[in-house]
Design a protein around this ligand. Sequence first.
Ligand SMILES: [Zn+2]
Length: 124
Amino acid sequence: MIITDQQKRAVAYLLHEIRPDWPVASLVSLIDKHSDVPSLGALTVAATTKAMEPTCQTPAPIFHPGPHWPEAARRQLPKPPPCEDHIGQDGHTCRSCHADVKAGIRPPDKIGKHHTPESEEEEP
Ligand SMILES: [Zn+2]
C-alpha cells in the first residue's frame, strides 16, 4: 500500500518523540522515498523497533529487510538493491563487502556500492 501524507507525518512525529535526535523533516522525506510499504501497522512496528535500538544511529535501516518487520510483512517488502560488486548479494548486507571493510580494503560507506581498491603501489 502507499501511505498517505498524514500517515507519513504521524509516523515521523511518533519516531521523533522516541528519538529526539531524528528530525521530523528528514523522517518525512525518508518515509516519502519508501512510501510503498506492506501496511501502516507494519511500518510503525518496524520504525519504532529501530527507534528503540540505541545502536541504530540513523532512521535509514528502518527500510532494510530484517526481524524488525512483522513476519507477515517481510515477504511484501520491496527487494533491496543488489550489491554493485558482488553478484547475488543484497547491497546493504553484502557479506563480501563487510569482510572487505573488516580487512581495511573497503571504506564502510562503500558497502553495496562499486569500489575500486587503490593500487598497492601507491601506498607508502
Ligand atoms: Zn558486496
